[in-house]
Design a protein around this ligand. Structure first.
Ligand SMILES: [Zn+2]
Length: 212
């Protein structure tokens, strides 16, 4: 059941915050979304926000986080950039939402069939796209198991790079952000990484990336 957790959000743990997302995605996948009075939430949230989750995800039109986690206004601080890349501005946004808005869980969410990951696999650099590709190339290099076709045409390679990219972006956030490191060490926030499946609507979180 959807419960707007604006109230008592300080009391929920990072694990509970992740569970809210997992349960919301479960409702989405089962086409059992909760009723939300959005106009009432406009009123409830008009003076302050206290999003329980901060999510760095891709800009892909098929993966809006509020929908796929069955959440509403004021629930998720959403940072979206093609390829869910941890640029300085993305990290700054996440620092703001975790330290000053009190988000309990920070999620980096990739997705299957990601165009930005495809561009990185093929080293496509037209216009400013190369600036995004630069952030994803380390994941391409880190993928060592696919030896024959290392392009976006190889779906197995593409999905492996996409998963590695989620891990790499989490590592970058932690490496470059003293604020997020401190919040993590003092257990004020947790971090999770996962991939959204465009074909099923399901989000799969990676056990090995969970940090509480
Ligand atoms: Zn994408």
């Amino acid at each position: 059941m959807y419960k707007h957790p604006l109230l008592n959000r300080d009391q929920i743990s990072p694990k509970e915050a992740l569970d809210i997302l997992i349960e919301g995605n479960h409702r989405f996948v089962n086409n059992y979304m909760s009723h939300k009075d959005l106009l009432a939430l406009v009123q409830l949230t008009k003076d302050k926000q206290h999003p329980f989750a901060s999510i760095l995800s891709c800009s892909d039109s098929r993966a809006p986080v509020e929908m796929i986690f069955d959440q509403a206004l004021g629930d998720i601080f959403s940072v979206r950039l093609a390829g869910n890349i941890a640029s300085d501005k993305a990290i700054g946004s996440l620092e703001f939402s975790t330290k000053y808005l009190g988000s309990k869980i920070l999620v980096v969410l990739g997705h299957t069939g990601c165009g930005a990951v495809k561009a990185a696999c093929d080293n496509f650099r037209e216009g400013h796209i190369g600036e995004i590709v630069n952030f994803i190339r380390p994941a391409v290099r880190a993928e060592k198991t696919e030896l024959v076709d290392r392009t976006s045409k190889n779906e197995v390679f593409l999905e492996k790079v996409g998963e590695i990219n989620v891990r790499k972006q989490i590592e970058e956030i932690i490496r470059r952000s003293d604020i997020i490191q401190e919040l993590l060490e003092s257990k004020q926030i947790g971090i999770a990484g996962g991939v959204y499946d465009l074909a099923t609507g399901e989000v799969r979180f990676f056990e090995e990336l969970l940090m509480f």
